[in-house]
Design a protein around this ligand. Sequence first.
Ligand SMILES: Cc1cc2nc3c(=O)[nH]c(=O)nc-3n(C[C@H](O)[C@H](O)[C@H](O)COP(=O)(O)OP(=O)(O)OC[C@H]3O[C@@H](n4cnc5c(N)ncnc54)[C@H](O)[C@@H]3O)c2cc1C
Length: 357
Amino acid sequence: MEIYDAVVIGAGQAGLSASYHLKRRGISHVVLDADAAPGGAWQHRWDSLTMHDVHGIAALPDSRPPGTPDGRANTVVPAYFGDYERTHDLPVLRPVRVDRVVEAGDLLVVRAGERSWTTRTVVNATGTWTQPHLPFYPGGADFGGEQLHTVSYPGPEHFRGRRVVVVGGGASAVQLLGEIAPVAAATLWVTRREPVWRTDEFNPDRGREAVALVEERVRRGLPPASVVSVTGLALREQEAAASLLGAYERHPMFTGIEPDGVRLPPSAGAGPGELWPADTILWATGFRPAIGHLAPLHLRSEHGGIRLDGTTAVTDPRVQLVGYGPSASTIGANRAGRVAARGVAAWLGEHGAEDVA
Ligand SMILES: Cc1cc2nc3c(=O)[nH]c(=O)nc-3n(C[C@H](O)[C@H](O)[C@H](O)COP(=O)(O)OP(=O)(O)OC[C@H]3O[C@@H](n4cnc5c(N)ncnc54)[C@H](O)[C@@H]3O)c2cc1C
């Protein structure tokens, strides 16, 4: 039976960065990826998302940044990742969807159906795309129109002439409203909290402060917040037309969903709120970490998140989490991959594995 020093689960930005740094350190490993092709979650992003729309994709370690500004993100980034895997000869196996990681004495066994890999350490890099978050609202099951999540956004044409409710206070809601409002019959933007608009220039210091806030959450074992929730939102030139149409006038969450639309909260002193008739509810309500396969290791704290020291799981230092919480961005994922490889090397060094740099 082969025993790996590390198994990386997931071959998005975080998994590829980790694999690159493990390889540089001479640490034997394999990368298991659920997708049939390179590209991580980028290959599943909607067609209208161009490289001009994304907020900037950091170059993977020891490579140049991807692609032209006009290309589609769901083809440019996967091509870049594919090249990267080949150039650096990274040991990626696909498609392999890991369903659980279990303990076997000092070792860990990573299982995917009937197949398994035995390893001393695991670097989890499974992202969030496979865990869209759909909050529960009363009446949702009786809605006569259609309900979609960002994960299956079909592009703006689909919404032509429709009355669309967009739910969520993050960057995706802002971006999708920018595309939909100019073609829809009407849009209604609802969020639980008043959105925080960024008024000053976003700069590296603001970015670092935002990441530090999310880092503090995972140090305490809280579920990670999205980095955008602490950096604030900004409108770009792509959103100008929607802005002129009033699409970014935010409304508080509806009180319930009815067959023909959503019931708005009552205005102060008035009776029940009015019904906003809707054809579509688009849930831009984000994602959760895809970590169900780690459940047998009982890593979650009493607060519901996984407590991390850097990228190392505090309750089981054999496990590293990258692309999780503060490292859930391309630049964060790059850095986390390097830190995780160092964490793996430290564990192997302390536990008697030989030939580890
Ligand atoms: C719409 C959108 C736009 C964004 N735009 C930007 C941006 O402009 N700039 C930026 O820096 N960040 C952006 N982000 C965030 C960024 O995409 C991610 O944080 C970053 O790509 C990190 O990727 P990752 O490797 O953690 O995850 P992913 O790219 O999701 O990769 C995870 C990989 O794990 C695999 N996997 C999942 N579960 C399993 C399993 N059980 N077994 C085996 N494999 C598994 C998947 O197949 C996938 O290949 C955006 C996010 C979204 C949702």
